[in-house]
Design a protein around this ligand. Structure first.
Ligand SMILES: Nc1nc2c(ncn2[C@@H]2O[C@H](COP(=O)(O)OP(=O)(O)OP(=O)(O)O)[C@@H](O)[C@H]2O)c(=O)[nH]1
Ligand SMILES: [Mg+2]
Length: 446
């Protein structure tokens, strides 16, 4: 279904103007297309060659690099032409390449070809997109882990353990009359459970992975005047929300995307929760605060430490008791008005910066539920999560069947199904429509 017989071309640099613009050509006749476009007879492999291309009636100077197959990004002959980064010039080069026999590349087609030619597996190909899209250093880190094959290796090890067990099971099936068991019947369920444990470990890092990739929603709640907007501005590093000493200042939701120690977080400042709102606007603000709280992955409940703990504080604590939350004691630069019976929390004084680093660390810990600095690769991709879950369910069934002494062929069939799911993650076995769905989300030129 995916043809790699033809030669493709696209602009590899971002749209718009830049110091240089790069046009990439890949496929069987890439070299010929490159020589035609530049009027050069031959490119030396992996050498920069100065050449000229005609665009309209001007000639731009370009640098051409030729990467012969198979040692190129796509595994095919690749020619890269670096020109001055004017859209007119780079588009002119693409058109010239098309006249010389190339076709415009589809989104992600260079990376798709790299996958089809075995230059990278599917996890790595998907990581290329994540790396390009990354906006925080942690996202870059997670993409690199997948690009350098850490996740692939981990899944490959699990697959190999299942393969080993399957072959022994099937050997027992093949020689039943000899009563010769390659695997102790009682041992099968135990071995499956070891594999299940390894998949569960990978999946337990999926939440952390998803947060790294997609970010979290963090809502700031508290009674009026507690210091919510001041905290919001400090975490956002900008004076986004209005701060005054009038209780009930914030009415509408104020949101800002903030990098909290590598986790891209949508921070939401809300109206102070008050039992008896002043007017219709405040009533509406409080309703919005509640819906923001309902949609958040984590709540920061702000309690004013410079004023006595109030009924309102108490009500907010009750209201949020069942939600993932952090208690934040604000205004810790002022004398405390508490008597020691109040709940404990992270003490901050945003105007002085006090406690903010500690708070950021605790936000990430609370969001990820597991501490940072683990050597388990983060499963960031929903497709991977779904397939790992499918493998896990199948293995649960296999384990129960083995424990109940269900005939071995049923257990063997389940093991095969689990292996299929694992191999679909890496892409050693993948349907064309899955590939379509993955690569159409890439940009053209990658
Ligand atoms: N000394 C001191 N004052 C603070 C601190 N945080 C907030 N304030 C002051 O407390 C008052 C209320 O702060 P805001 O951030 O507007 O409080 P809020 O919770 O957003 O209030 P509403 O929007 O009305 O619900 C302002 O006068 C702030 O300057 C702090 O850490 N230390
Ligand atoms: Mg406010």
């Amino acid at each position: 279904m995916f043809s790699t017989d033809d030669t493709i071309v696209a602009i590899a640099t971002p749209p718009g103007r830049g110091g240089i613009g790069v046009v990439r050509i890949s496929g069987p006749v890439a070299h010929a297309v490159g020589t035609t476009v530049t009027g050069t007879s031959r490119f030396q492999p992996r050498h920069a060659t100065l050449a000229r291309v005609a665009v309209g009636d001007v000639h731009d100077q370009v640098i051409v690099t030729f990467f012969p197959a198979p040692a190129s990004y796509t595994g095919e002959d690749v020619v890269e032409i670096s020109a001055h980064g004017s859209p007119i010039i780079v588009n002119g080069i693409v058109e010239a390449a098309m006249s010389a026999g190339a076709r415009l590349a589809e989104p992600g087609e260079f990376t798709l070809r790299a996958y089809l030619h075995g230059r990278m597996d599917l996890v790595q190909a998907e990581a290329v997109k994540d790396l390009i899209d990354a906006v925080t250093p942690l996202q870059v880190r997670a993409a690199f882990d997948q690009l350098d094959g850490t996740l692939t290796t981990r899944i490959g090890e699990i697959d190999a353990a299942l393969f080993d067990l399957s072959t022994r099971l099937e050997a027992s099936l093949d020689f039943p009359e000899e009563g010769y068991h390659f695997v102790e019947p009682g041992q099968v369920a135990a071995e499956i459970d070891v594999v299940r444990g390894r998949i569960t470990t990978l999946l337990s890092h999926a939440r952390r992975g998803r947060l790294i990739r997609e970010g979290a929603r963090v809502a700031i709640l508290g009674r009026p005047n507690a210091g919510k907007s001041t905290l919001f501005n400090a975490l956002a590093g900008a004076h986004r929300a209005i701060v005054t000493d009038t209780p009930g200042t914030t009415r509408d939701l104020v949101t800002e995307v903030v990098d909290i120690n590598g986790v891209p977080s949508t921070l939401v400042d809300t109206a102070g929760l008050r039992v008896q709102p002043d007017d219709a606007v405040e009533t509406e603000g409080i309703a919005r605060a509640r819906s923001a709280a309902a949609a958040a992955d984590l709540l920061l409940v702000v309690l004013d430490g410079s004023r006595p703990f109030s009924e309102e504080d108490h009500a907010i604590l009750e209201e949020t008791a069942a939600r993932p939350r952090l208690l934040v004691i604000s205004k810790s630069d002022l004398p405390s008005a508490w008597n020691g019976n109040e709940p404990s929390g992270v003490r901050v004084a945003p105007p002085t910066g006090r406690g903010l680093d500690d708070l950021r660390r605790r936000i990430v810990d609370a969001l990820c539920a597991t501490g940072a600095g683990t050597d388990t690769p983060a499963v960031t991709n929903l497709r991977h999560v779904a397939l790992l879950e499918r493998a896990l369910t199948t293995l649960e069934r296999a384990s129960a069947a083995a424990a109940a002494a269900v005939p071995e062929e049923f257990v063997a069939a389940d093991l095969r199904e689990a292996r299929e799911a694992l191999e679909e993650v890496i892409g050693s076995r993948t349907a064309d429509d899955t590939l379509h769905a993955i690569f159409e989300r890439f940009c053209i030129g990658k």
